[in-house]
Ligand binder design. Structure first.
Ligand SMILES: CC(C)(COP(=O)(O)OP(=O)(O)OC[C@H]1O[C@@H](n2cnc3c(N)ncnc32)[C@H](O)[C@@H]1OP(=O)(O)O)[C@@H](O)C(=O)NCCC(=O)NCCS
Length: 183
């Protein structure tokens, strides 16, 4: 298993994985194990790589089998739901930090090929991405849709995220979660 910060040359493979599990194109039988929502473009992933160094991937036998995205709130603010989350950040406390766009970043989406789920790839890729982001931020913040119980279980039990709030946006219900980047 190779873990790395993605380069522009990795984008095509990341998008192939992404659209296998994206809500509009996922096979119906795969949906119960979670799906990703945002229809990312190659241009958006280029910006994520070039501006944020915020795309982390796992390759196995040459194939991209997992990715994690992570970036500043400024980067994500182009998407309305993140603009909504940013407004509420200063109301949230986590382990001594009053959250802000300066002391936290947004982790996710994350997606693993179903062939490697449950095998520890999430833990390894998460730790790798966390280590990189720890250089810039003390707190990771993310959200998990309440209709994605597998992601909730994995993030609370496997990688130690803690629920800091619950919110509703566009008729979806979410847990907001956090962890410190220094462990
Ligand atoms: C979410 C995801 C990254 C988690 O990684 P993973 O390797 O599947 O996680 P794991 O299998 O190690 O852990 C998930 C746990 O939830 C359990 N689980 C599976 N389905 C579940 C369900 N419907 N309800 C509750 N728990 C469930 C698993 O049994 C496992 O626990 P266990 O190891 O104690 O048995 C991966 O499933 C994935 O990429 N899914 C598709 C995309 C997605 O949903 N991304 C997150 C939204 S951004």
């Amino acid at each position: 298993m190779e873990l790395k910060i993605a380069a522009l040359s990795d984008i095509e493979d990341v998008l192939a994985l992404h659209y296998t599990y994206q809500v509009d194109s996922i096979a119906p039988e795969d949906k119960a194990d979670g799906f990703v929502t945002t229809p990312f473009t190659a241009a958006q992933l280029s910006a994520l790589i070039e501006q944020e160094q915020g795309l982390f991937i796992a390759r196995q036998q040459g194939q991209v089998v997992g990715y994690i995205m992570a970036a500043s709130w400024q980067f994500w603010s182009a998407w309305p739901m993140f603009a909504y989350m940013i407004q509420d950040l200063p109301k949230l406390q986590y382990r001594g930090h009053t959250l802000s766009i300066d002391n936290s970043y947004q982790y996710g989406p994350v997606c693993l090929d179903k062939r490697v789920r449950g095998s520890g790839v999430l833990e390894d890729l998460f730790a790798f991405a966390l280590q990189q982001m720890a250089r810039r931020y003390p707190v990771l913040v993310t959200f998990v849709n309440k209709n994605n119980p597998r992601s909730y279980a994995a993030h609370t039990r496997k990688v130690g995220l803690e629920v800091i709030a619950e919110f509703e946006y566009n008729n979806n219900h979410y847990y907001e979660m956090a962890c410190l980047t220094q462990r």
